[in-house]
Design a protein around this ligand. Structure first.
Ligand SMILES: [Zn+2]
Length: 262
C-alpha cells in the first residue's frame, strides 16, 4: 500500500462529505495517562499546537498531582476520562488481559470504579467527564446497567459501536483507528497507509449508512508506547486534516454532554 495514494483517498472521501453538506466528525482518545511524563507533555503540546481536543483516558490509581497540574494548565483543549481503576490484570495466566472481567465479584468491580470516579473528580474537577474507558477495551457484559446506575454518561471501547446506547442513559462512542501495532517484541507505529485507509473505511461506512453515521470517527493513541513514527504521523494527520472544511474535531465533554438523552 502506498501512503500518498491513501492520503488522496482520504481527501476524496472528505470532499464527498463536503459535497453532501455533512460534517465529518472526529475525536481523539489517548489511553494510559497517569503522570506528567515527557511523552504526555509532548502529546499535550501537539493538542495545543493543532487545537485538537484531547481526551486523556486516565488510570485513577496512577493519577499524580503533576498530571493534574499539567491538565489544568492546558485548559479546555484537554479533558479526562476514566480508564478503569488500576489497569490491573485479573484474568488467569494465558487468557486475554482483563481488569473489569468476570473473575471478581461485581460488587468489588463496581465499588472500585466508583472510587476511581471520586479520585478523578477530586484531581481534575470540571475537566473530568464521567465516561468509562475499560482497560484493554473490554469489560464483563454485566457492567453497562451498573454504569448507568452510577450515572456514568458514557462508555468508550474500540471498533464501530453496535448501539448508540447499550443501556438507557449511557452513550457509547468508540475509537476506530489505533496508531500502535501491538504484536511483536515491542509496540511500534502501525503504518501510514494502513491507518489513513482505516479513516477512509470508517468515514465511507458512515456515509453509506453501513456504520452508525452519528458515531464520530475515533483516533486512538497511547503516548507511552509511541515511537518517533507515531509522533510524526500525529503531526502530519492533524496538519493535513486542518485544511479540510468538512472536518470537525469534537471534544469529549461535548460528545458526552447530551449524548445520554434518548
Ligand atoms: Zn490502557
Amino acid at each position: 500500500m502506498n501512503a500518498a495514494e491513501a492520503w488522496t483517498r482520504l481527501e476524496a472521501e472528505l470532499s464527498a462529505w463536503q459535497q453532501a453538506r455533512r460534517t465529518a466528525s472526529l475525536w481523539w482518545r489517548d489511553d494510559d495517562a497517569g503522570d506528567a511524563t515527557p511523552a504526555l507533555r509532548r502529546l499535550m503540546a501537539i493538542a495545543l499546537t493543532h487545537r485538537v481536543p484531547l481526551a486523556l483516558a486516565t488510570v485513577p490509581a496512577w493519577a499524580t498531582s503533576a498530571l493534574a497540574a499539567a491538565v489544568s494548565e492546558a485548559g479546555t483543549v484537554v479533558s479526562v476520562l476514566q480508564h478503569g481503576y488500576a489497569h490491573a490484570n485479573h484474568a488467569p495466566l494465558g487468557q486475554k488481559k482483563f481488569e473489569l472481567g468476570p473473575e471478581r465479584p461485581a460488587a468489588v468491580v463496581v465499588a472500585e470504579l466508583a472510587q476511581g470516579w471520586h479520585v478523578l473528580e477530586s484531581r481534575f474537577g470540571a475537566q473530568f467527564s464521567p465516561v468509562l474507558v475499560p482497560p484493554w477495551n473490554r469489560m464483563a457484559p454485566y457492567l453497562p446497567p451498573f454504569l448507568a446506575e452510577l450515572r456514568y454518561r458514557g462508555l468508550s471501547q474500540f471498533g464501530p459501536r453496535a448501539r448508540r446506547q447499550p443501556v438507557r442513559g449511557l452513550l457509547q462512542v468508540n475509537t476506530h483507528v489505533d496508531i500502535v501495532h501491538w504484536k511483536g517484541p515491542a509496540p511500534r507505529f502501525a503504518g501510514e497507509a494502513k491507518l489513513v485507509d482505516e479513516f477512509v473505511l470508517h468515514l465511507a461506512a458512515r456515509r453509506a449508512g453501513e456504520a452508525d453515521p452519528e458515531e464520530p470517527t475515533g483516533l486512538l493513541t497511547h503516548h507511552a508506547a509511541h515511537d518517533e513514527a507515531c509522533w510524526r504521523f500525529l503531526e502530519d494527520l492533524f496538519g493535513r486534516l486542518a485544511k479540510h472544511a468538512a472536518v470537525q474535531w469534537l471534544a469529549a465533554p461535548a460528545i458526552f454532554a447530551d449524548g445520554a438523552k434518548p
